[in-house]
Design a protein around this ligand. Sequence first.
Ligand SMILES: Cc1cc2nc3c(=O)[nH]c(=O)nc-3n(C[C@H](O)[C@H](O)[C@H](O)COP(=O)(O)O)c2cc1C
Length: 264
Amino acid sequence: MKNKILLLLTFILLIIGCAVNVNAADSIVMHIDDPVMQVDGQDVNIDNNGTTPVIVNGRTMLPVRAIAETLGLNVEWDQNERAVTITKLPENNKKEDMEKSADKKILVAYYSAQNHTKGVAEVIANELKADTFVITPKEPYTESDLDWTDDNSRVNAEHNNPDTRHIELVTNSPENFDDYDVIFVGYPIWWGSASWVLDDFIKNNDFTGKTVIPFCTSQASGLGESGKELEKAAGSGNWLEGKRFSENFDEKEVRQWVNSLDID
Ligand SMILES: Cc1cc2nc3c(=O)[nH]c(=O)nc-3n(C[C@H](O)[C@H](O)[C@H](O)COP(=O)(O)O)c2cc1C
């Protein structure tokens, strides 16, 4: 039975092989009644709903969204038409363009108090072969400093009194900041906004001529106005729409987002 599925998948791969994105997976293995697939040898959930491949009336049914998206294709479901449209990635995501963007010098700068944003930053940096810069407060936050449920914690004191929110950094810039063409700026959401630990990094660097892409992690809040607020505080740079990830982010979602960006 496994052989049959592999054969079918190989057939699908052959049909759409020409559309495969430069960062898309090379192989997918699925098993009947198993919600976990192997993507390039790694276990990955097919989706968050526990969907599995099944055999119905002797026909093998495979989850097309998981397959198409893993291969770097875009899948849309139209409820009115009850139709699925699968498309190649937009022009700006084609291999030649990705190769062109390899010439760009990319920095992933981030602050992460509890390592969630760090995880996303590392996926971005790996995917784009980018450098990283960790925005580090001179006085790091301890677990109890971060306890927003405690009225007397450091974060609550700083949140309640903006005058105490100036957080000095170990250093405001990485070496050769001027050489970077694209800067990803990552942060945790604190009370619906970007953590104020970023402030000195944003205010003390000149983003003129650079593409700047905010990203954040949070428990539940969206990106909100955080990207726009940072853009305003920076006063320079070509800021793109950013993206929020859950603190339990999905690596595949991060990679797909990175590869959908127009950073040429
Ligand atoms: C002081 C503080 C305030 C927070 N405020 C929010 C919030 O407004 N909305 C939300 O969804 N999560 C909030 N969170 C949760 C964090 O955004 C989330 O855990 C994030 O992934 C942490 O990233 P980090 O590990 O990189 O620091 C808050 C966490 C802290 C410590």
